[in-house]
Design a protein around this ligand. Structure first.
Ligand SMILES: Cc1cc2nc3c(=O)[nH]c(=O)nc-3n(C[C@H](O)[C@H](O)[C@H](O)COP(=O)(O)O)c2cc1C
Length: 355
């Protein structure tokens, strides 16, 4: 099987035993107080042979929560819970970074369990529905626009979340700039109608995302900070036209920060070679994602298009994905009905390959 997947590499300060990365996946199994549970510890420990695990999206603050039972990293109990996860992964020789995901306007109010404002760059509701507590798609709440005066505190929340992640034993953090959540809402003209220095031309729309990356890099060191983008992804009401016009300048500005890596959900756009675009604007390592198989992933590594590759769905039903790829073993299929429900069912009960 493709040997290029199994050579070590480094993403900034983070040293990986192999190049097979587990992509971030929200699984809605946090406990009361949005605290990681022992079941989550087991789930991540089972997958520790990945060169790197990127956790599910984790809210940096209570207001960043939009989905049902997603974990946070803004309370002492949450830090203690995540420490168990990080320790278990490290005990098995793995590496793990935390994905920081502020939902911005992608919020079903009933998912939160508390009353708080829904904030976004502009008072433009998310046009699509997301699952409510019962899993049934529901309308998103109407957001209010973040004021300019609030922005420094919002940036500081991300920096504190990064510190908290490191205090919990994480090897680093990944800023979720993809899929229509808060950072993407600032980048995209469909959700950012601001007329101040955070909206309008691209140099303004990237200002908040870059400020967040810079603050996180200052908080824990740039070699422990990565970021994830999905140029051209229309998810959660993003305008997909001309992704190069936004993501070229964004990635170029992020490059100046000397970050650990860039993780990209490559949408396979007809009008833009995304990996080429990123390579010409970013000097650091690239993790490529989306619909990859072992063979296509190895081609990306062998041709120098990416330094590592990530798999999402394949890791759900194959906790030992790395070993299975190495052995050429068949892959199990996930039960999609149990993605966000079922506790241990469809979560920690997928067996390793019997051989
Ligand atoms: C159940 C599920 C939850 C996901 N949650 C997240 C998430 O929290 N953050 C994120 O950046 N991407 C998330 N994704 C997207 C995956 O990280 C990945 O980009 C996608 O599954 C495509 O990769 P694949 O073809 O290897 O599955 C999720 C995907 C799935 C299937």
């Amino acid at each position: 099987m493709p040997s290029s997947l199994f050579t070590p590499t480094a993403l900034g300060e983070i040293v990986l035993a192999n190049r097979v990365v587990m992509a971030p996946m929200t699984r809605d199994r946090a406990g009361p107080g949005d605290v990681p549970t022992d079941l989550m510890v087991e789930y991540y420990a089972q997958r520790a042979s990945a060169g790197l695990i990127v956790t599910e999206g984790v809210q940096p603050s209570a207001v960043g929560k939009g989905y049902w039972r997603t974990p946070g990293i803004h309370s002492e109990e949450q830090i203690i819970g995540w420490r168990k996860v990080a320790d278990a992964v490290h005990a098995r020789g793995g590496r793990i970074v935390m994905q920081l995901m502020h939902c911005g306007r992608v919020v079903v109010a009933a998912n939160r369990g508390f009353d708080a404002d829904v904030i976004a760059p502009s008072a433009v509701p998310c046009p699509t529905q997301v699952p409510g507590p019962d899993g049934v798609p529901a309308d998103c709440a109407a957001p209010r626009a973040i004021t300019v005066d609030e922005i420094p505190a919002l940036v500081a929340e991300y920096a504190q979340a990064a510190r908290n992640a490191v205090a919990a034993g994480m090897d680093g953090v990944e800023l979720h700039c993809a899929s229509g959540y808060l950072i993407n809402q600032f980048l995209n003209p469909a959700s950012n109608h601001r007329t101040d220095e955070y909206g309008g031309p691209v140099e303004n729309r990237i200002r908040f995302p870059i400020a967040v990356l810079q603050a996180m890099a200052e908080a824990i060191g740039p070699g422990r900070v990565g970021f994830r983008i999905s140029p051209g992804n229309p998810y959660n009401g993003m305008d997909r036209s001309d992704p190069a016009a936004t993501f070229g300048p964004f990635v170029k500005a992020a490059n100046a920060l000397g970050l650990a890596y860039l993780h990209v959900v490559d949408m396979g756009l007809a009008d833009c070679d995304t990996l080429n675009l990123l390579r010409s604007n970013f000097d650091g390592p690239i993790i490529a994602n989306n619909n990859l198989k072992a063979e296509s992933a190895a081609v990306l590594l062998d041709t120098g298009r990416a330094e590592a590759v990530s798999f999402g769905r394949a890791f759900i039903a194959n906790p030992d994905l790395v070993e299975r790829i190495a052995a050429g073993a068949p892959l199990a299929k996930p039960d999609y009905a149990l993605l966000y429900t079922g506790e241990e069912r469809g979560y920690t009960d997928y067996p390793a390959w019997a051989g």
